[in-house]
Design a binder for this molecule. Structure first.
Ligand SMILES: *[C@@H]1O[C@H](CO)[C@@H](O)[C@H](O)[C@H]1NC(C)=O
Ligand SMILES: *[C@@H]1O[C@H](CO)[C@@H](O)[C@H](O)[C@H]1NC(C)=O
Ligand SMILES: *[C@@H]1O[C@H](CO)[C@@H](O)[C@H](O)[C@H]1NC(C)=O
Ligand SMILES: *[C@@H]1O[C@H](CO)[C@@H](O)[C@H](O)[C@H]1NC(C)=O
Length: 470
């Protein structure tokens, strides 16, 4: 069992952090408090970043944050679960989203629009060294081209660096060719590309193509790869504009990382997933999760969409813009939705879970209710300007979920309302090291900047006894 070592490791730390906990001053902003599902709380852990995107734990319990247009910051975490000791460990204004750490914690990866780099990383000091160029040729230079290159250094395949590259434009017909190197997820052998960099479009192992912009990629606790795809804007059907509630955003399944058989095409730019079937002209037989063609003719039509392409495993309401997905230790998926722009009424701007059992989502492929809302903006009409916008997600070893909000320059931490983690352990936990354990939740405060009494916890280690006092 993969997590055994972590369990032994974390237990003494919980006691240590409980001892240090006395009181916490909540960080606040001018936004209305997030709406939390019953049983959950969220707090601001850091403010004042420029545009934080991908986040990643190191093996000594420091959070690394890609601040777009700045570089990579490293933070320590205090007993109030606030980020301290901010230090810019990589000063590179081109880094814009992607970040990952090798499972041994000693190699850091990050991306620009064009290039994937590695650095040797010292988890004790946070010092980086020996920058290497691994993969090049990923730049999208069109105005509506997708610029993030999400990275994953999988625990189940530590030799690999997986990279997701989006399309060059909203509807990019160059991606009909697998050699375009756009709208694809590929895996590269780190030992090999560290010796000699490669160009994305003609190397690596293809884990899926025909994926418009799969910004979130992750492995589950069973070595299977999943991605969340941002689907097309302004979609038409046989000449009619139907973009308000279609097409669906997608949760796609890419199979086991230990399986080397060739992967399929997921439909883009020929076929898109249905969200609201009855709003699609000539929708006979279509239901949520099926794929449809924008214009039906003899070479591209709904039947060919169904026969040739991989459908999503789960669909989400159009335009929510999923940016990250992470599995918790109980095997449930957590997804950040950045929020819409291509829609009259804003939608998204929230964090959801999708329930899994036996390595697959519990809900059927045609479900419209797979996303369970955990954290949301209370007034969507104020978005995009006055809302937090979820981007990167990362679990610490205590099962707290950390989230970056790029638009507000903040990092949040989401917990159960007793201060414990949202789930026991996570795939990320295997990479991340000790972070302060679950701190009992602070009492909510109405005024900003108020010092809130925390729980003073005395741990009588010698007697093996815990005494809790308010
Ligand atoms: C980052 O590098 C630039 C250019 O070398 C320099 O001007 C800037 O001060 C550096 N920023 C920090 C925070 O060190
Ligand atoms: C990566 O390349 C090395 C050296 O060529 C090889 O030994 C290893 O098996 C490769 N790993 C994978 C996952 O293909
Ligand atoms: C059918 O539509 C596709 C996508 O718009 C287009 O690429 C293709 O050329 C069309 N085929 C015919 C026979 O018109
Ligand atoms: C969903 O679709 C996948 C892939 O086509 C299929 O293997 C699976 O059986 C379907 N599951 C459900 C619950 O419909």
């Amino acid at each position: 069992m993969r997590w055994t070592a972590q369990v032994l490791f974390v237990a003494p730390l919980l006691a240590a952090s409980a001892l240090a906990q006395t009181s916490c001053t909540k960080l606040t902003n001018d936004l209305p408090a997030p709406s939390m599902a019953p049983g959950y709380i969220s707090d601001i852990a850091s403010r004042g970043l420029k545009y934080p995107r991908g986040i990643q734990w190191d093996t000594t319990g420091h959070l690394l944050v890609v601040d777009r247009g700045v570089g990579i910051f490293r933070f320590s975490v205090d007993s109030c679960l606030q980020l301290q000791d901010r230090r810019l460990i990589i000063n590179d204004t081109e880094l814009n989203h992607g970040i990952s750490m090798s499972p041994d914690g000693k190699t850091l990866f990050a991306t620009t629009n064009d290039v994937a780099y590695s650095w040797s990383y010292d988890p004790d000091t946070g010092d980086v060294d020996d920058r290497k160029t691994l993969v090049t040729g990923m730049a999208n230079t069109e105005e509506d081209g997708h610029v993030t290159r999400t990275l994953l250094s999988p625990i189940s395949k530590p030799d690999w660096l997986i990279i997701s590259v989006g399309s060059q434009s909203n509807i990019d017909v160059s991606t009909l060719s697998v050699n375009s190197g756009k709208a694809q997820i590929r895996a590269f052998n780190v030992s090999e590309v560290s010796k000699k960099p490669v160009v994305f479009h003609n190397s690596g192992f293809i884990l899926g193509w025909g994926l418009r912009n799969s910004v979130g990629i992750t492995e589950d606790n069973e070595a299977q790869l999943w991605s969340v795809e941002n689907s097309v804007d302004g979609v038409m059907r046989n000449g009619e504009e139907i973009h308000e509630n279609n097409p669906a955003e997608e949760l796609n399944f890419h199979g086991s990382l230990l399986d080397s058989s060739p992967r399929g095409n997921y439909g883009y730019p020929n076929c898109y997933a249905v969200w609201a079937a009855d709003e699609i002209p000539d929708h006979t037989g279509l239901q949520t999760g099926d794929q449809f063609a924008q214009v039906e003719n003899s070479t591209v039509n709904d039947i060919i969409c169904a026969e040739r392409y991989q459908p999503p495993r789960i669909s989400f309401h159009a335009h929510q813009a999923p940016l990250d997905i992470k599995f918790d230790g109980d095997g449930q998926a957590w997804i950040s939705f950045h929020g819409s722009w291509n829609r009259a009424e804003p939608i998204g701007y929230r964090v959801v879970t999708v329930a899994f059992a036996n390595g697959q989502p519990k809900e059927a492929n045609n479900s419209q209710s797979a996303a369970i809302e955990i954290m949301a903006n209370p007034d969507l009409s104020q978005c995009q300007t006055s809302c937090f916008r979820p981007a990167g997600l990362a679990f610490d070893t205590a099962g707290h979920l950390w989230m970056s909000s790029d638009a507000t320059g903040e990092i949040y931490v989401i917990r159960k309302d007793d201060g414990s983690g949202v789930a026991a352990f996570t795939s990320n936990a295997a990479v991340s090291g000790p972070t302060p354990g679950p701190t009992p939740s602070d009492k909510p405060s109405s005024a900003s900047g108020v010092v809130v009494s925390g729980w003073l916890v005395t741990v009588m280690v010698g007697l093996g006894m815990l005494v809790y006092m308010l």
